[in-house]
Ligand binder design. Structure first.
Ligand code: ATP
Ligand code: MG
Length: 573
């Protein structure tokens, strides 16, 4: 196989899934319909997105990360988000401890020495070139693991990557001799990874993907309807992420060090700060697994060693405001989607920071019990949050690898936001045993169209004529206030008193007070069609199919199960 070919024929492809993050990247491949994340030659599945040059030698991943302390001037980190961006629009906050981005004709570059020798001249490399070099290392690791040259990949991107960023990524990959089959959005890749589990029954649902990374947090509301994914709303946050948690620990231990050592602040020295950052991250990760962790650094500042410990409870206390930031982000995006927490069927925790037990527990408290929180600390069925996106990308790659490049639809998957969808549910209004009308949703709100759904409803016990009403519906949240206590005035007085008393009684007051009850109920809207099916036999069933075309025209077919004929109507909704 030629090494320079970037668009191999479908039959010649070897495909992988790639996530290329600001902090970490991963590579995955699919075998027997199962995706697996590949460990690189260092044994890492989360490979730091870092390159470092020492005496002309290139290091990447964990080895390059270790050089952030001793070789920061020749180490490049946190560059993925700069691809395809103007220098003016980037935020270089995270690059203070490695090579700084610079403005070269308006685009982003890095200057470092990547050649051997004392008199080697520094090179100025564009962010595209840095990305190409990094992607080449990833691809080589995957090729080595698979024992054959990887030619093509599906790469995940944030939902807010614009066309210029996408084009820059595709070009950087091509320069690394990697064909990009498709770019898919990171949250959708996470949903795909979960939905691919063989035991999963694909059903219509609303999923919130909380992707909590190192330098950014991205929360997305995804509607999954008939196996199609539609993004309903997204939110991005660059203040609350893994690095913010690192900083909490850095500050905590730096203060402790200063207290023990005549006020010496290790944060004031760049190398000491790099050491603090490295150890803080390790301690934070340890606290996701155990309730206690060590924090020790040899020669932290002025030759003084430092060693301390922290328990999870203390960590959760000092990091509380960051954790609350994640909660607010999730709540805001649900609101943005016009939904309520009661509408959410699943919350997928994705990204490295999603390993944190407290974050999953906090989400559990926001959502009703019926919402499935998929995180390692809440369910044994959870998939490693750090592997979700690469797995989803690998599954997608194996699915489309047979297609000719021009036949792969870039728009439907990468920019799922544009898929048309209905806003109201369409369903059947039937009469219950007790004579009440009940709404049975058939096509759920936010379903991407065209869509076709079928339900079977039982006819009245004794058969006869069955009247079917097809109506629009939507949910609203019904709030039931707790019943006022028996002697209302007294309890009010008691409450005022409580407010002035100590914390303990405040607490018990909270416990006694019943919470208001919130539930999701269907509200019936306009009637779209009515049909009568005559003479349904005793114990018979009626099958109703609702078909929504791409132009939102609705066709309804109703017929008795097992009988010929039926009623068919067309209407415009
Ligand atoms: P970004 O693009 O936001 O910088 P990313 O997508 O490249 O990040 P991820 O691997 O998803 O990177 O997240 C990295 C973050 O996750 C780091 O802050 C890291 O410390 C944190 N992290 C990794 N593992 C754990 C763990 N077990 N517990 C807590 N945090 C963790
Ligand atoms: Mg990420």
């Amino acid at each position: 196989m030629s090494d320079t070919k970037t668009t191999p024929a479908p039959g010649d492809r070897t495909v992988i899934g790639v996530t290329f993050g600001n902090s970490n990247s991963s590579i995955a491949y699919t075998v027997d319909d199962k995706a697996e994340v590949i460990a690189n030659e260092d044994g890492d599945r989360q490979i730091p997105t870092i390159l470092s040059y020492v005496d002309g030698e290139e290091y990447y991943g964990q080895q390059a990360k270790a050089f952030l302390v001793r070789n920061s001037k020749n180490t490049v980190a946190y560059f993925r988000d700069f691809l395809g961006k103007d220098f003016k629009s980037i935020d270089p906050t995270h690059n203070h401890a490695s090579v700084h981005p610079e403005d070269v004709d308006g685009s982003v570059s890095f200057t470092l020495t990547d050649e051997e020798g004392e008199d080697a001249t520094p090179s100025t490399l564009s962010v595209s070139e840095i990305s190409t070099r990094y992607l080449r290392r990833l691809v080589n690791s995957a090729s080595e693991y698979l024992g054959k040259k990887v030619t093509s990949a599906v790469i995940t991107i944030p939902t807010n990557f614009n066309d210029k960023q996408k084009a820059a990524l595709i070009a950087a990959a091509a320069a690394a001799d990697l064909e990009v089959l498709q770019l898919i959005s990171e949250p959708v890749a996470a949903v795909v990874a979960y939905d691919a589990r063989p035991e999963v029954e694909i059903k219509d649902k609303i999923v919130v993907v909380a992707d909590l990374g190192g330098t950014r947090s991205d929360v997305t509301v995804v509607a999954s309807r008939g196996g199609l994914y539609t993004i309903l709303a997204t939110a991005h946050d660059y203040d609350f992420a893994g690095a913010t948690l690192d900083k909490v620990l850095i500050d905590h231990f730096a203060k402790e060090f200063a207290k023990r050592n005549q006020g010496i602040d290790p944060r004031e020295n760049a190398r000491s700060l790099a050491k603090l950052k490295f150890e803080a991250e390790a301690t934070k990760r340890a606290l996701s697994l155990s309730t206690n962790a060590n924090f020790s650094i040899e020669s932290l500042a002025e030759g003084i060693d430092f060693s301390s410990t922290i328990n999870r409870l203390r960590y959760e206390t000092i990091a509380r405001s960051v954790f609350e930031g994640f909660n607010r982000l999730v709540e805001s995006v649900i609101k943005k989607a016009g939904l309520d927490v009661l509408d959410v069927d699943e919350v997928i925790l994705s990204g490295g920071t999603a390993h944190t037990p407290r974050i999953a527990a906090n989400f559990g408290a926001i959502f009703p019990e019926s919402t499935n929180i998929l995180a390692p600390s809440t369910t044994p069925a959870a998939i490693n949050p750090s592997e979700l996106q690469a797995r989803g990308a690998a599954l997608q790659a194996s699915l489309i690898q047979e297609y000719e490049a021009e036949d792969i639809d870039q728009s439907t998957h990468a920019a799922v936001t544009t898929v048309p969808h209905i806003t109201n549910a369409i369903g059947v209004l039937s009469v219950s045993q007790s004579g009440d009308e009940v709404f049975v949703p058939v096509v759920f709100p936010e379903t991407a169209v065209p869509a076709r759904r079928t339900v079977i409803v039982a006819a009245p016990k004794n058969g006869g004529d069955v009247l079917i009403k097809i109506v629009e519906g939507n949910t609203h949240i019904k709030v039931t206030q707790p019943q006022p206590k028996a002697n209302g005035d007294n309890s009010k007085a008691a409450k005022v008193e409580d407010a002035n008393s100590d914390e303990d009684s405040d607490f018990s007051d909270d416990e006694e007070e019943e919470e208001e009850k919130r539930e999701k109920v269907w509200k019936v809207g306009a009637t779209l069609a009515e049909a009568a099916i005559r003479g349904v036999k005793k114990g018979g069933k009626v099958e109703i199919s609702i078909n929504v075309n791409a132009d939102l025209a609705v066709t309804v077919t109703a017929r008795e199960v097992g009988a010929k004929g039926g009623v068919r109507g067309q209407l415009n909704a």
